[in-house]
Write a protein that binds this ligand. Structure first.
Ligand code: FAD
Ligand code: DLZ
Length: 510
């Protein structure tokens, strides 16, 4: 019986479960660049280049390994607009009797594929995605009966399961599970941040760049200076580059923000891990090995591993546990539209401008920019969760619904009522000043709060605290904020709220 094996754009791994036990002599593989997938979000042009080029390279490698692959190149006038169209066409053309695929990473597409057996009239086998450390069931079992889920406890389970940074006695290496307290240094230019791993586009990538510029000209971002890896071999070289040059300082400067350096000591591996070019465990094992061989300190290796086997697995578990209702959550009752400067970058707030501009150029911003700059501003100003989620899904090369949604809706917007994080990451300009050198170059003054030139984050922070008193006053981690707010004189509080109201009324023009 010939099977038609569908491999999606973020499933570019030879070990993908859809290929298990497949037979190159009988089975056919189908991969497709289609308008529906390229167009359901305003995907950054670099994300489109990365995916289409990586898909094309992967398709070629499968062919070279002896597989029969039907690869559907994007064409604006193609009659095949959706993955279903292409699969239906191939079922007929290749006389296949069954479709096999690996479960996809988003509810929207999952819903569609789940209907294919009736729509296409053949059995459709959807296999689990074994690239994750915890299966959906394992996460659901762990979450069962817990009122609030805490990443830290789940993370310890994942450390035990993988054995990463564990002693033979079952204890965490270095005597602690978590070295986060060591990872909050401001970066003042030294040590110098390493240049990111970069590759010049090959012929395939150049063709894709041309295609994206021609057919997706109205999408966000630019294709200029595209330098991502597009093959497994090169993604593994990017991992090596990170381990050698950035990991040693990854922990120390994990929370730092710079006015001049886009990438600092981050790994820039999420685009590869998420589309299947790099195996998450391989990345973690390389970091652990760097610590064992004395090439990186424990706070760096542990911090990096925690992001992957902790946060990455945790948000994925939450996504599948709570979709589709999770996407509709808006527990803080936000109603403001996303300011246009999220797309244009035209704002006088230096930190926002810098984060958005880096996003536009690179399809990348590091975690603290996403969380404490663009995310924090959306939280403080009460942007509708759906609109800010759509933005994050569009603008980053690593963005897929399963990972973007819990990070934005849960971690940043606290729209799930605190299910993912015990307190909102709301912060005033002081935090950004402490962790970055933006404020010295800003139109606004971070040391002022109520004046016309005062940093908007300051008054907006207190407005957030004041308007959500009912939501947070009894949160033990927020009590101090309310005591600080109540300690201020009535005149001061009124001036802060008046300034914040003005900022909210004029949010498009900041
Ligand atoms: P590093 O800082 O080097 O971290 C190492 C790895 O850890 C990353 O490559 C990633 O695989 C993993 N990781 C770190 N933090 C998280 C996290 N919170 N959730 C999941 N994985 C994590 N990550 C995405 O992969 N896709 C997204 O769409 C995405 N959207 C985000 C939106 C917001 C508002 C926030 C606050 C975070 C988001 N993240 C997302 C998580 C994180 O910011 C990115 O994974 C990270 O910035 C990617 O850059 P890096 O590879 O240099 O990461
Ligand atoms: C994100 C994306 C884009 C832009 N294009 C394609 C595509 O043309 N073909 C494809 O198979 N997948 C694409 N993807 C990824 C999917 O839209 C979807 O996000 C993931 O497969 C979910 O796991």
């Amino acid at each position: 019986m010939a099977n038609l094996i569908l491999i999606l754009g973020d499933q570019l791994s030879p070990q993908i479960s859809a290929l298990e036990n497949a037979n190159p002599a009988d089975d056919r593989i189908v991969m497709a660049e289609v308008a529906d997938e390229a167009g359901y979000a305003n995907h950054h042009k670099k994300k489109l280049v990365l995916l289409f080029s990586a898909m094309r390279h992967f398709g070629e490698q499968l062919k070279a390994a002896g597989w029969r692959v039907h690869y559907h190149d994007f064409a604006a006038d193609s009659e095949y607009k959706s993955l279903e169209d292409v699969v239906a066409g191939q079922l007929t053309a290749q006389s296949c009797e069954r479709v096999i695929t690996t479960e996809c990473g988003e509810w929207r597409l999952h819903e569609q594929i789940s209907q294919w057996h009736t729509r296409l009239g053949v059995p459709v086998e959807i296999r689990p995605d074994t690239r994750f450390i915890a299966s959906k069931k394992e996460f659901a079992d762990w979450a069962e009966g817990r009122k609030q889920l805490r990443m830290e406890f789940f993370y310890r389970e994942m450390r035990r399961k993988t054995g990463l940074l564990m002693t033979a006695d079952g204890d965490p290496e270095g005597g602690h599970w978590n070295f986060d307290a060591d990872n909050r240094k401001k970066w003042t230019g030294k040590p110098a941040a390493p240049a990111p791993f970069r590759l010049e586009p090959d012929d395939i990538t150049r063709q894709v760049i041309e295609l994206v510029n021609r057919h997706f000209a109205d999408h966000f971002g630019t294709t200029e200076d595209f330098h991502f890896a597009v093959t497994r071999q090169d993604a593994e070289a990017a991992l090596e580059h990170f381990i050698d040059y950035a990991l040693p300082c990854f922990g120390d400067y994990q929370d730092a923000i710079s006015d001049t350096e886009d990438w600092l000591f981050h790994s820039i591996l999420s685009p590869y891990i998420n589309c299947g070019l790099l195996d998450p465990l391989t990345a973690c094992e390389a970091a652990a090995q760097a610590w064992y061989s004395g090439r990186a300190p424990i706070n760096a290796a542990e911090g990096f591993i925690r992001q992957i086997i902790g946060w990455r697995e945790f948000v994925r578990g939450i996504y599948w546990l709570h979709m589709p209702d999770y996407a509709k959550e808006n527990r803080l009752g936000n109603s403001r539209s996303l300011p246009w400067f999220y797309w244009s970058g035209k704002t006088q707030m230096r930190c926002m401008h810098k984060a958005i501009d880096a996003t536009r150029r690179n399809a990348y911003a590091h975690h603290i920019q996403r969380l404490m700059v663009t995310g924090n501003f959306a939280l403080l100003t009460g942007i509708k969760p759906q609109e800010i989620c759509d933005w994050y899904l569009a603008v980053y090369a690593d963005a897929y619904d399963w990972v973007e949604l819990p990070n934005v809706l849960g971690m940043v917007m606290h729209a799930d009522g605190g299910y993912l994080g015990s307190k909102p990451y709301a912060a005033s300009g002081k935090y950004i000043h402490r962790m970055s050198d933006h404020c010295a170059n800003c139109h606004y003054n971070v040391n002022k709060s109520t004046e016309d030139d005062a940093c908007p984050f300051n008054a907006l922070y207190w407005h957030f605290i004041d308007r959500h008193r009912d939501d947070f006053e009894n949160n033990p981690r927020m009590g101090m904020m309310y005591r600080n707010w109540d300690k201020q004189s009535p005149d001061r509080r009124e001036a802060l709220l008046t300034r914040a109201e003005w900022l909210l009324d004029n949010v498009e023009n900041l």
